[in-house]
Ligand binder design. Sequence first.
Ligand code: FAD
Length: 445
Amino acid sequence: MLWFRRDLRLGDHPALMRAANEGPVVALFVLDPALRATSGNARLAFLLASLRSLDADLRAHGGSLTVRVGKPDSVVPEMVRESGARSVHISADFAPYGAERDARVAETLGTVPLVRTGSPYAVAPGRVTKEDGNPYKVFSAFYRAWRAHGWRGPAASDPSAVDWVAADGDGVPETPLAQIPLPEAGEQAAHRVWQKFLGSHLAHYPDVRDRPDLDHTSRLSPYLKFGAIHPRTLLADLTPDDETFVKELAWREFYAAVLHFWPSSAHDYFQPRMATMAYETGPDADEMFEAWASGNTGYPIVDAGMRQLLGEGWMHNRVRMITASFLVKDLHLEWTRGARHFMHQLIDGDLASNQHGWQWVAGTGTDAAPYFRIFNPVTQGKKFDPAGDYIRRWVPELSALEGRDIHEPWRRAAGAPSGYPPPIVEHAHERLEALARYKSVTSSP
Ligand code: FAD
């Protein structure tokens, strides 16, 4: 049995090759209610579409995907009994929940082995350590060691050479979900997106990757999240000139490794003293949070980002940093609150990248940006969305504004256009407040 999880593809799939070596293969996916709880409708809809695509690909080779809802430690042994499978093959999961779940499943399977081959990473979390065996806490050092470690080339998994077992029934559930426009799901779509990026934008990536108005990053994150394409496949197409892009893939690997070594860092402050800082709570804080989450802070680049998140289930990386910084350093709310909202909305929502992306911005994590580095939302908007095209795309109330006005609509003689809120806080003031709060924890012994 091949139990698919974050590896929803047939190409470059070492676990598939290993399963196929043993005989006929039955394909399973388990919709686990525990994982459903952290995911909003957009990611679930993208997952189901990815499963449908995988099922279609399997059918083209004479197989099919069995999808069952339930706890994996019940469903997997049940399927093993029904199918008579002699072993269960998986790509290893290194995130805290997944690792524990797999240990439980292995136990309930008894004498039927749970065989782990490959992982969602070019280098499995845990492999790259310092010489003394300790994990890296700093990206640049990790990156050097990760590159020196190297990775394998793509695995030559050939689905047409597999003796697939087609199962009746148990197809992908047709769940009616509130829909927003989602990218096309599946392995072939992932390859199309990658090829288009290679041909059109990779060469300019170092110059344009911070520009949300141009939108020229790869947009591969939802596919990487569900394993529709493997990072090894991407790395094999890259050359030494593509260092900037390789580095971004390495951030994903770094955060997965950090989460593997410090599983509690998904929810706890990586730098514990930062948990003692004063954060806002109560009804006023809730109101601030709502304004932020709905894209009504009065700061155009922040609102554009938060509305992109609601409208697409995705947000540009630069704007993730700006909006996260605004929540923590302008509104003085805990990063965990913002991270939960992101995790719920993002179609690429990934525990390691999300929680550590947040901790980085909040100054509480690995490689933490120094606390005095506080994004000014107006300056950031002017720098990375110079003509305001990104803002205009997502904040229609501002669509008639140009030049400086679109970044600071409150400064117009006529004030902000009707329907658009005034700034909920004054950045210059909140910046000083944030510095004072950080100082109180960083200067304490
Ligand atoms: P590209 O620029 O084309 O990069 C290629 C790939 O490299 C991405 O798909 C991603 O897998 C990886 N990558 C790039 N930047 C980062 C990074 N900073 N950290 C980790 N991996 C990176 N990424 C997620 O995949 N899931 C998340 O839940 C997530 N949450 C984030 C939360 C915050 C607060 C921040 C600041 C960043 C977060 N990121 C997350 C990282 C990054 O924003 C996205 O990976 C990126 O925007 C995806 O767009 P892309 O595929 O076009 O990226």
